[in-house]
Design a protein around this ligand. Structure first.
Ligand SMILES: CC(C)(COP(=O)(O)OP(=O)(O)OC[C@H]1O[C@@H](n2cnc3c(N)ncnc32)[C@H](O)[C@@H]1OP(=O)(O)O)[C@@H](O)C(=O)NCCC(=O)NCCS
Length: 202
C-alpha cells in the first residue's frame, strides 16, 4: 500500500513549517530552516517546496539564474560557444528522510527541471547546473542525465533543450501509465500545485 501523503507544490512562504524537516544531509536541513526565506527576500534564488496538508515542508529545491563558463564543458560541447553562457542553477534539492527511496527524489528533480525550463522559455538560458553536495548526490544527478564538469568538480550540467526533451518523454510515459500500460508508475502520487504557486513577493 502507498502511504505517501497528499503533497502540495508551491514557493516557500513564511507560513510554511520548516522546523520538522530533516534531510539526511544536515547542511541542507539547516539552510532551509535558517537561510531560505532570507535568500528569497534578497532575490538570490527561489525556493520551491512540497508541503503536506499541515503545511509542513517535506521536500525543497532552490533555483537561481547563473552563468556557465565554457571551460567546464567538454571540448566538443564548448567549441564555438561564447566564454560565458546563460544558465540556471539548482543549488539545493532535498527530500525529508521519511520520503527517501520511494522514487519521489526523481519527481522532485523533474519539478526543478520544469521550473528552470519554464524560466528559460521566458528569459532564455542554455544550461541547467547543479551543485552536488557529495558523491552520492553526484551519482543521483548523473543517473538523471547530468554530465560532470571538466576537471572533476561536483558541478554538473544539462542542456535546457535536452531537459525539455526528457520532460516530454516523461509526460508521454505518464500518459501511457494513465491509460493502464505502466500501472506501477501511475500509482505514485504527484505533488499538486497550490493556486499561489509562482506568486511573486517584493
Ligand atoms: C537525492 C535525493 C533527493 C534522492 O531521492 P531518493 O528518494 O533517494 O531517490 P529516488 O528513490 O527518487 O530515486 C530516483 C532514481 O534515482 C536513482 N538514484 C537515487 N540515488 C542515486 C545515487 N546516489 N546514485 C545513482 N542513482 C541514484 C534511483 O535508483 C532511482 O532510479 P530509477 O528512477 O531509475 O528507479 C535524496 O536522497 C536526498 O534528499 N538526499 C539528501 C540530499 C541530497 O543529496 N541532495 C542532492 C544534492 S544537493
Amino acid at each position: 500500500m502507498d502511504e505517501t501523503p497528499q503533497l502540495f507544490a508551491s514557493l516557500l512562504e513564511p507560513h510554511h513549517q520548516t522546523d520538522t524537516f530533516k534531510s539526511s544531509n544536515d547542511e541542507l536541513t539547516t539552510w532551509l530552516q535558517r537561510s531560505a526565506l532570507l535568500a528569497q527576500a534578497k532575490g538570490t534564488g527561489r525556493t520551491y517546496v512540497w508541503t503536506d496538508d499541515a503545511n509542513r515542508v517535506v521536500a525543497y529545491f532552490t533555483v537561481s539564474p547563473t552563468m556557465l563558463h565554457r571551460e567546464i564543458l567538454p571540448k566538443n560541447a564548448g567549441h564555438g560557444e561564447p566564454e560565458t553562457l546563460p544558465a540556471y542553477l539548482i543549488g539545493r534539492l532535498a527530500l525529508d528522510e521519511s520520503l527517501a527511496g520511494k522514487g519521489l527524489g526523481g519527481d522532485l528533480l523533474r519539478s526543478a527541471l520544469e521550473v528552470t525550463c519554464n524560466a528559460s522559455q521566458l528569459a532564455g538560458g542554455r544550461y541547467i547546473l547543479v551543485d552536488a553536495i557529495d558523491d552520492n548526490a553526484a551519482g543521483f544527478y548523473k543517473h538523471h542525465g547530468f554530465k560532470a564538469e571538466v576537471g572533476g568538480g561536483r558541478r554538473l550540467f544539462f542542456k535546457v533543450s535536452q531537459a525539455i526533451e526528457s520532460l516530454g518523454q516523461a509526460m508521454k510515459r505518464e500518459q501511457a501509465a494513465r491509460s493502464g500500460t505502466q500501472q506501477a508508475t501511475a500509482s505514485r502520487p504527484r505533488a499538486v500545485e497550490r493556486e499561489d504557486h509562482g506568486t511573486l513577493t517584493a
